[in-house]
Design a protein around this ligand. Structure first.
Ligand SMILES: [Mg+2]
Length: 211
């Protein structure tokens, strides 16, 4: 069996994140944002999130994320702990997350607690960058996946999946049946896995096809 390099997203793949974040956003800002609004086009952000600019919406979210202990309290996605433990014995795993750099210590806390010693590296790509934060550098998941020579990306966000396939990564597992990632058809190279059980089977299938 070939040792694959597998890049794995964090939010809503390893941890249950967005449903909680959206609830808190609506409570704090008296909005009616739905899970289907997650990852809308950047131009639509002000309208969906009730702000004057996209940056204002990003800053609102980051204020939620900066609450003490907020990210540390997130729980693993069902089946993730067992799946990662199994995969880490056979493959090289990396976390490739859109999370901001200011969440490094919170992310490390969660990974150490639920997924100890499973990951070779943890890459923060600052997907929704707050322009007032000068130290954070945005990187695409495609460039990170190429740099670590990933064979597979597991991610719940279709745009990241398409980007990495375009950059030459061979396989993407679109994780979860979430309101924000519904599609009638997927591009070649992308396979939906609704849960970790399906993801493990798909990784075995990919590995078998490369022998
Ligand atoms: Mg995610």
């Amino acid at each position: 069996m070939k040792r694959l390099v597998i890049a794995i997203d964090c939010d809503d793949v390893l941890t249950d994140t967005l449903p909680k974040v959206v609830d808190d956003y609506n409570r704090l800002y008296s909005t009616n944002v739905g899970l289907e609004h997650m990852y809308v086009d950047h131009n639509s952000i002000p309208e969906v999130f009730g702000t004057k600019t996209g940056q204002e919406a990003i800053q609102r979210f980051h204020a939620i994320y900066r609450q003490e202990g907020y990210y540390e309290a997130l729980l693993p996605v069902e089946g993730a702990v067992e799946a990662i433990s199994r995969l880490a014995k056979k493959h090289e795993l990396h976390v490739v997350t859109g999370r901001q750099s200011f969440l490094k210590s919170a992310t490390k806390y969660t990974l150490d607690k639920y997924f100890p010693d499973a990951f070779t590296s943890v890459e923060h790509t600052n997907y929704y960058k707050d322009d007032t934060e000068k130290t954070a550098t945005h990187r695409s998941k495609a460039e990170v996946c190429k740099a670590i020579h990933a064979d597979i990306l597991i991610d719940d966000h279709i745009v990241h999946g398409e980007d990495v396939l375009n950059a030459g990564v061979e396989s993407v597992i679109l994780f979860g049946d979430y309101p924000w990632n519904k599609r009638d058809s997927l591009v070649p190279g992308m396979t939906r896995c609704s849960n970790w059980k399906e993801a493990l089977s798909e990784i075995e299938r990919i590995n078998g096809s490369r022998r």
